[in-house]
Design a protein around this ligand. Structure first.
Ligand SMILES: Cc1ncc(COP(=O)(O)O)c(C=O)c1O
Length: 399
């Protein structure tokens, strides 16, 4: 009765975390601090509520699948501002489609862009290991084999492109790369992205670049896939970028983002929306247009996270080999045994974190590349973050 391909997915990260911590009773009298979930805790910009309210008369209308001119122009203008692109590089009609957050299309692309066979074999969907759990879902819903590529410190936490065999590349239908990466916060450079695009074109697969953290950075703005495409030629062939307001505008509840990419992928996704997807409701579309048009609130968000990372450096550096990642809002701490540390933190300090092994798969040698790590989401205000980090240090390092 059910699709057997999806059975191996099991429960997703947070359900597994709750199961794992179910028998641990916090002994601390302190209020729990949830450093586990990557959900921005900063309030949403007033622009959002104002624009939803300003379009309250439109809830009685079915929204168009491809958004409207104003939305497409706003995201195209943002992308040209944010990335260093030649004028007119993105075509608002062929390269853009709005999405209800990026989680859904990251999953749906699995069946939209996976043929039944590739090079006469079962297709493969490649992803880094550790990875955002949805990529695995995409592989399975597309009937493809998920292939987990080591993404460890020595390679800047990105898969080694030089290690991919001809056979694997030939049967690859989709290759997910997350930059800036969740959980490690590292950034692919332009040479890496250009090489990945060349491989996608040579072996005719979809390069899916998840860039939802690209606005949360400390130093200079992370390079994006669009810049790599522009450096190669004037096309987005075989590439699709995923952009979201969830982290950029602290608005995960809005469910709003967009895809920018190869017109063939955009068209296939738009076709899917007309048959079985959810276009953005018009008030949401208008609020999204306003948010993509404003950079001020994003600069404030960056400053909010930058202060949290400054505190993390100050509080953690004396105890653990640590440097703040250039982007994203997670710490990826090598604590030796992430599972043991997560249980201890919950029991003794009422701090919830994600043991790194829940974000990764065992490799062929049976070793899990996330096992020694803890993921700590620095999403609270500076005062709560400081309190939480001091408690974390005291619990794990006895200081
Ligand atoms: C790496 C990564 N990609 C995509 C998403 C999905 O975000 P949204 O669906 O809110 O756009 C998340 C959310 O946490 C994420 O961490």
């Amino acid at each position: 009765m059910l699709n057997p391909n999806l059975a191996p997915l099991g429960h997703y990260t947070f359900a597994r975390l709750n199961e794992i911590l179910a028998d641990v009773i916090p002994r601390s009298n302190e209020l729990p601090i949830l450093f586990s979930i990557g959900e921005p805790q900063k309030s949403t910009p007033t622009l959002l509520a104002e624009n939803v309210a300003g379009h309250n008369d439109k809830w009685n209308r079915y929204p168009p699948p491809n958004g409207d001119e104003a939305f497409r122009s706003a995201v195209v203008a943002w992308a040209h501002r944010r990335f260093n692109l030649p004028a007119g590089f993105i075509d608002p009609h062929r390269h853009i489609v709005p999405v209800p957050g990026t989680r859904e299309p990251l999953y749906q692309i699995g069946f939209l862009c996976t043929p039944l066979k590739k090079a006469s074999e079962r297709p493969a969907v490649l992803m880094p290991n550790p990875f955002y759990h949805v990529y695995q879902g995409a592989a399975m819903v597309g009937g493809a084999e998920p292939v987990y590529l080591a993404a460890e410190r020595e390679n800047n936490f990105l898969p080694d492109l030089g290690a991919l065999s001809e056979d694997l590349l030939a049967r690859t239908s989709i290759f997910f790369i997350c930059t800036p990466a969740n959980p490690q916060g590292t950034i692919a450079d332009i040479e890496y992205l250009k090489r990945a695009i060349e491989l996608a074109r040579q072996y005719d697969f979809v390069l899916a670049l998840d860039e939802c953290y690209c606005e949360i950075y400390r130093g200079s703005p992370p390079i994006g896939g669009l810049e790599a495409c522009a450096a190669l030629d004037d096309s987005l062939k075989n590439v699709v970028m995923f952009h979201s307001l969830s982290k950029r505008s602290s608005a995960p509840g809005l469910r709003s983002g967009f895809l920018c990419g190869d017109p063939r992928i955009i068209e296939r996704y738009s076709q899917f929306v007309t048959f079985g997807g959810s276009p953005l409701p018009l008030p949401v579309l208008h609020a999204s247009t306003a948010l993509w048009g404003d950079d001020q609130h994003v600069a404030e968000n960056r400053a909010y996270y930058a202060e949290n990372f400054r505190l993390a450096e100050e509080i953690l550096s004396p105890h653990i080999d640590f440097s703040a990642p250039p982007a994203g809002f997670f710490l990826w701490l090598n604590v030796g045994d992430g599972m043991k540390a997560a249980r201890k933190l919950w029991e003794e300090a009422a701090i919830k974190t994600v043991p790194g092994e829940l974000m990764a798969r065992e490799d062929e040698t049976g070793s899990n590349p996330g096992a020694s790590y803890l993921r700590v989401a620095l999403v609270y205000d500076a005062e709560t973050t400081k309190r939480g980090l001091l408690r974390l240090v005291e619990c794990l390092f006895g200081k």
